[in-house]
Design a protein around this ligand. Structure first.
Ligand code: NAD
Length: 421
C-alpha cells in the first residue's frame, strides 16, 4: 500500500467514509449517491518494457475516471512501488471533489504505475512512460481525461506522454496533459502551484484564527514539489520559521528556523535533507509532534494516524498531500481543536493552474506568471471562504464542509444533466 504507515490502511475505504458523511448531510437519494460514489471507468493494463539489462519486465498501471459530470477527468499519474487500484480509485475520487470545491470545470481521474522509479534510469523511465501512454491513447485526451504529474512523475514524464499521444494522433496535442515543460505548452507558475495554493489557504486560516504568520513556526513532512515550495514561500513571503522538514530518507530540525534556500540547494545536491548544516536529525513521528503553528503533511497518504494524532501540537494542519490524515485521526484532531485545511482545498492549487494551462493550450495564448498567480489566489481565497461559510452555517468541520460543498456541486451537475438515455 502506498502510504506511510501500516499496510492494512485502505485509502479507498477512507475516501468513502468521508463521502458517505457528506452524502448523509445532503440527504442524497440512493441512486444519485451510488452514481457519484463509484468510478465511471477503470482501466488496468499489464505491459512489457525492455530494461537496460536486455530483459523484459512486466509493469501494471491503472487509470481511473471517477466522475466526468462537471467536465473531463483530471488528475495526476503516480510512479511508486505501492500503487494499487484502490489507491488510484481513492485519488481519482479526491480529484472529483477537489475540482468541484474550487469550481473548475473538470471531473476527477488518476493514474499510477506500480514501479520503483528510484531504481530505473532515464531510458527505462522513458520506455515505461511511452508504453503506458500508448496503452492509454484511447482512454485519455484533452476533452476526456487529462493527466498531470504526481508522486515521482515530472514535467519530463508529461512531455513523453504528450509526445507519445501526439505521435498516435498525427499532430501535436499539448492539451492532453498538464504540468508540461514551458517549451511545449506548459504554464508559468505550474511547478509551484500546489505549494503556492497551499500557502494562500494557510494565510487565510491565520487571518481567520487571528494570528500572524510572520515569526510563526511551521514543520513540513515531505520535501518534494509540494512541500519544498510551501516551505520556500512560507519563509520568503511570510517570514515564517520552518523549524523542521523531512523526506523519505530522514529529517532536519532547527528550533530557530532552517535556511530554506540553502536547504533547497543541499537537497538538490545530495538528494536528501538529513545532515543539512546547522540542523539536527529528527524522526518522522517527532516532526509531526512538534509544537508549531502550522504543520504541512506533504508526502503520502496515511501519515497522520490515530496513534500520532493525540501527540500533534500544531494549530493549523494544511494538507498539501492527498489523504494524509486517517478518518480516526481526523476525529481526534477535531476534538483537539486543530484547524484543518483539508487536502481537497489545501492542495487544489496544482489542479487549478493545470486548468489554466489547459485553457492556455486551447487558446495557444500564454499568460504572464503574475496573472497565473493572481488568478490562483482568487480561486484559493474564494474557495477557502466558501468552505469556511459552509462549515459555520452547517456547524461542521472544514473537511466535512469542503466535501458537502463539492458533493453538492457534482450531484447538482448530474441532476441538471439527467440520466442518459
Ligand atoms: P514528490 O515526489 O515531489 O515529493 C514527495 C516527497 O515525499 C519527497 O520528498 C519524498 O522523499 C517524501 N516522502 C516519501 N515518503 C516519505 C516518508 N515516509 N516520510 C517523509 N517523507 C516522505 O511529490 P509531490 O508532487 O510533492 O506530492 C506530494 C503529495 O502532494 C502527494 O500526496 C501528492 O498526491 C500531493 N499533491 C501533489 C500535487 C502536485 O502538483 N505535485 C498536487 C496535489 C497534491
Amino acid at each position: 500500500m502506498n502510504s506511510l504507515n501500516d499496510s492494512t490502511y485502505n485509502p479507498w475505504q477512507a475516501a468513502m467514509e468521508v463521502f458517505d458523511h457528506a452524502a448523509d448531510v445532503l440527504d442524497l437519494q440512493e441512486g444519485i449517491r451510488n452514481r457519484i460514489k463509484y468510478a465511471e471507468r477503470e482501466l488496468t493494463v499489464n505491459f512489457p518494457v525492455k530494461m537496460r539489462n536486455g530483459r523484459i519486465k512486466m509493469f501494471t498501471g491503472h487509470r481511473v475516471q471517477h466522475n466526468t459530470a462537471r467536465g473531463p477527468a483530471k488528475g495526476g499519474i503516480r510512479y511508486h512501488p505501492g500503487v494499487t487500484l484502490d489507491e488510484v480509485r481513492a485519488l481519482a475520487s479526491w480529484m472529483t471533489w477537489k475540482c468541484a470545491v474550487v469550481g473548475i470545470p473538470f471531473g476527477g481521474g488518476k493514474g499510477g504505475v506500480q514501479c520503483n522509479p528510484k531504481e530505473m534510469n532515464m531510458d527505462e523511465l522513458e520506455h515505461m512512460t511511452r508504453r503506458f501512454a500508448s496503452e492509454l491513447v484511447g482512454f485519455i485526451g484533452p476533452d476526456r481525461d487529462i493527466p498531470a504529474p504526481d508522486v515521482y512523475t515530472t514535467p519530463q514524464t508529461m512531455a513523453w506522454i504528450m509526445d507519445t499521444y501526439s505521435m498516435h494522433k498525427g499532430h501535436s496535442v499539448p492539451g492532453v496533459v498538464t504540468g508540461k515543460p514551458l517549451l511545449i505548452g506548459g504554464s508559468k507558475g505550474r511547478n509551484e502551484a500546489t505549494g503556492r495554493g497551499c500557502v494562500y489557504t494557510i494565510f487565510e486560516a491565520a487571518k481567520h484564527l487571528n494570528f500572524k504568520l510572520n515569526g510563526a513556526t511551521a514543520a513540513i513532512q515531505g520535501f518534494g514539489n509540494a512541500g519544498s515550495v510551501a516551505a520556500k514561500l512560507l519563509a520568503a513571503e511570510h517570514g515564517m520559521k520552518i523549524i523542521a522538514v523531512n523526506d523519505s530518507t530522514g529529517g532536519a530540525y532547527n528550533k530557530n528556523g532552517l535556511d530554506v534556500p540553502a536547504l533547497l540547494a543541499y537537497k538538490e545536491k545530495t538528494g536528501k535533507v538529513k545532515g543539512f548544516s546547522g540542523s539536527e536529525d529528527i524522526g518522522n513521528d517527532d516532526l509531526l509532534a512538534l509544537k508549531c503553528e502550522v504543520l504541512v503533511p506533504a508526502a503520502l497518504e496515511n501519515a497522520i494516524t490515530d496513534k500520532i494524532a493525540p501527540k500533534i501540537n500544531a494549530r493549523v494542519i494544511a494538507e498539501a498531500a492527498n489523504g494524509p490524515t486517517t478518518p480516526e485521526a481526523d476525529k481526534i484532531l477535531h476534538e483537539k481543536n486543530v484547524f484543518m485545511l483539508p487536502d481537497i482545498l489545501a492542495n487544489a492549487g496544482g489542479v487549478t493552474v493545470s486548468y489554466f494551462e489547459w485553457v492556455q493550450d486551447n487558446y495557444s495564448f500564454f499568460w504572464k506568471e503574475k496573472d497565473v498567480n493572481d488568478n490562483l489566489r482568487d480561486v484559493m481565497v474564494n474557495s477557502f471562504t466558501e468552505v469556511l461559510q459552509t462549515a459555520q452555517q452547517r456547524k461542521i468541520d472544514m473537511r466535512r464542509a469542503a466535501y458537502v460543498l463539492a458533493v453538492d456541486r457534482v450531484a447538482e451537475a448530474i441532476r441538471v444533466r439527467g440520466i442518459y438515455p
